[in-house]
Design a protein around this ligand. Structure first.
Ligand code: FPP
Length: 354
């Protein structure tokens, strides 16, 4: 290509009004784009920082947030039985089978603690034959399942009032707790003759009886007087049967729990339902009533407490991608593996209570 006469003469190209206008417009567009992209970057950075901070509060396994403690309201036994023209007690019996399944699932999915609402203080108002059936089932299940649960490292705890239960039920509960006390693989808390308000009443009575000055009573003191004093609060509460109520279940401890309602009736609650609840938990955003800035600050502080060679990401196994759904296969195979807590071989073992 031949040079222009001005270029050949070593002169700069002629600048016209039009080219000046064009280059100003280009500059403006460039500035605008850069402002937009830094705003996007800034927003994305802030969002990512917020997400990481939230994540640092949770327990992560293979990139998924896993609850440390799941509390379950096993609802729908009566409807399940009625649909099949069976007595309600058969629904509760089928509910024990579902419980066996879910204990195994907790183990498969690395959930270290589960609490189940097996009999509430309000359940005394049910027809006497149903109350008797539930009491009998509790006793029977402890006798049939505790040995196996114990062998599999499950610790069983009773949460609720022992007073008011028949002596043989009390004895069975005490036995299962004593036997499994040292187990650490999984903890199953059986809330039996339990009511959240009754628990708070019991805590307040104990505090008042201790004679402390009213101004020294704070949330921490109340927590320390609950039946659950040494347990972590539930991270996730699952209620089956499609209902959306807490029904007096762990009402103090549930203050910051994620709530998940499953339409499935408890006796039908299976692997996929459990995984759906875990997926929902993993995808939730948790701020614990604080601002993003506070959460970010806390996460930073918690990272400072980690050993120098371990980042928060390494400690939590956290990855930055969107939580992946849980595998929906393979758990059955695990259940059949040696050491499995349930499965067909474990029919006689309702995994631990107390
Ligand atoms: C609520 O369903 C369930 C209960 C009141 C009892 C749950 C008990 C078990 C699953 C078995 C016992 C557990 C142990 C550990 C022995 P519902 O009867 O209110 O159901 P509905 O809403 O369909 O009537």
């Amino acid at each position: 290509m031949s040079a222009t006469p001005r270029a050949a003469a070593g002169l700069p190209p002629m600048t016209t009004k039009r080219t000046i206008g064009e280059s100003m417009a280009k500059r403006r567009i460039k500035t605008l784009f850069s402002a937009i992209s830094s705003a996007i970057d800034g927003g994305a950075r802030a969002a990512e920082q917020e997400r990481r901070a939230e994540v640092a509060k949770l327990r992560f396994i293979e990139g998924r947030a896993v609850p440390r403690h799941i509390a379950v309201i096993m609802d729908g036994n009566g409807r399940w039985a009625t649909e099949r023209h069976m007595p309600r007690s058969m629904g509760h019996r089928a509910g024990v089978e579902a419980l066996r399944r879910v204990v195994q699932l907790c183990d498969d999915y690395h959930v270290p603690m589960m609490s189940v609402y097996a009999f509430s203080t309000e359940n005394w108002g049910r027809p006497q034959d149903e109350v008797d059936a539930l009491m009998g089932l509790m006793w029977e299940t402890i006798r049939s399942d505790v040995d196996r649960l114990h062998k599999n490292g499950v610790r069983l705890r009773h949460i609720g009032r022992l007073n008011g239960l028949a002596p043989d039920v009390q004895e069975a509960i005490q036995w299962m707790m004593d036997l499994t006390r040292e187990n650490t693989k999984l903890q199953l808390n059986v809330c039996f003759n339990y009511g959240g308000r009754a628990e708070i009443v019991d805590a307040v009575r104990a505090i008042v009886a201790s004679g402390v000055a009213p101004e020294t009573i704070d949330e921490d003191m109340i927590s320390r007087h609950l039946y659950t004093r040494d347990l972590p609060d539930p991270d996730l509460i699952i209620r089956t049967g499609g209902e959306m109520r807490l029904s007096n279940y762990l009402i103090w401890q549930a203050a910051y729990a994620e709530y998940y309602s499953s339409p499935r009736l408890w006796p039908d609650f299976d692997h996929d339902d459990f995984v759906a609840a875990l997926d929902a938990f993993s995808a939730r955003k948790r701020r614990f009533g604080k601002t993003d800035a506070q959460i970010a600050q806390e996460a930073q502080e918690s990272q400072k407490l980690l050993p120098p060679t371990q980042t928060a990401q390494q400690a939590t196994g956290q990855t930055v991608q969107t939580p992946q759904p849980y595998a929906t296969d393979g758990a059955g195979a695990t259940a059949e593996a040696e050491g499995s807590l349930s499965g067909s071989r474990a029919k006689t073992a309702v995994e631990g209570v107390h």
